[in-house]
Design a binder for this molecule. Structure first.
Ligand code: GTP
Ligand code: MG
Length: 201
């Protein structure tokens, strides 16, 4: 699939105020600074459609982007952002949780994971929670340009082992770099195929 058109629609903290749920929707989630906004820009071939930053906690709202007038791409705040107050963090989590559980057109969530790190407890627990709530997701490893192929392979294998301790099978996995634009075609192909299934229903 080619991205011909990408538009920012609106920002929100309330899933009931998001755009009408009349198109398939894909959300990007993961720890702060993992590269969610950067990957959205890489996928849409725009420099600053989604705002990025070297400092964690840049994205604080549910941001809707309309792609090809056919589907929504959603940039979400990071979870596990330690420098905001506890109360703010709890509020964050409530609106994020509500959005993920209740948004009816959310057909797949991309869980972004830093390929440089060993499996992180917060990420593994988040995916566990998604599983318990039966929210479909795929795993997207980010920043693969920052490590050599040997270390990448080692880290990915470790992730698979840890996941298979509690999952019967693994969700689809994507390996990306926003700086090198690696993995973007695979993700767009996946979205294209999933959209087709959605429209058939
Ligand atoms: P929050 O909005 O704070 O939750 O962060 P985010 O997950 O949206 O991260 P963002 O896209 O803002 O990127 C964080 C930092 O990582 C920025 O400095 C990016 O330039 C950098 N970054 C993101 N993706 C890549 C990548 O694929 N390769 C490299 N080398 N750097 C990246
Ligand atoms: Mg962001």
């Amino acid at each position: 699939m080619k991205v011909k058109d990408a538009k920012f629609v609106m920002s929100n903290t309330d899933y009931t105020k998001c755009p009408e749920p009349n198109m398939p929707e894909y959300a990007f989630i993961g720890r702060s600074n993992v590269g969610k906004s950067s990957l959205i820009n890489a996928l849409t071939n725009r420099k600053s459609l989604a705002k990025t930053s070297g400092k964690p906690g840049k994205t604080q709202l549910i941001n809707h982007f309309k792609i090809n007038n056919d589907w929504y791409l959603v940039d979400l705040p990071g979870y596990g952002y330690a420098s905001v107050s506890k109360t703010m963090r709890a509020e964050f989590q409530i609106f994020l949780r509500d959005y993920l559980v209740k948004r009816e057109n959310l057909i797949c969530t991309f869980v972004l994971l830093d390929s440089r790190l060993e499996p992180q407890k917060v990420d593994v627990e988040f995916m566990q929670w998604m599983g318990e709530k039966a929210i479909p997701f795929v795993m997207v490893f980010t920043k693969t340009d920052k490590l050599n192929s040997h270390t990448l392979l080692k880290n990915m294998k470790r992730y698979e082992e840890i996941m298979l301790e509690s999952w019967e099978e693994l969700p689809p996995r994507f390996y990306t770099s926003s700086t090198k634009k690696t993995g973007t075609e695979e993700i767009l192909e996946f979205v294209g195929a999933t959209n087709e299934d959605y429209h058939k229903k």
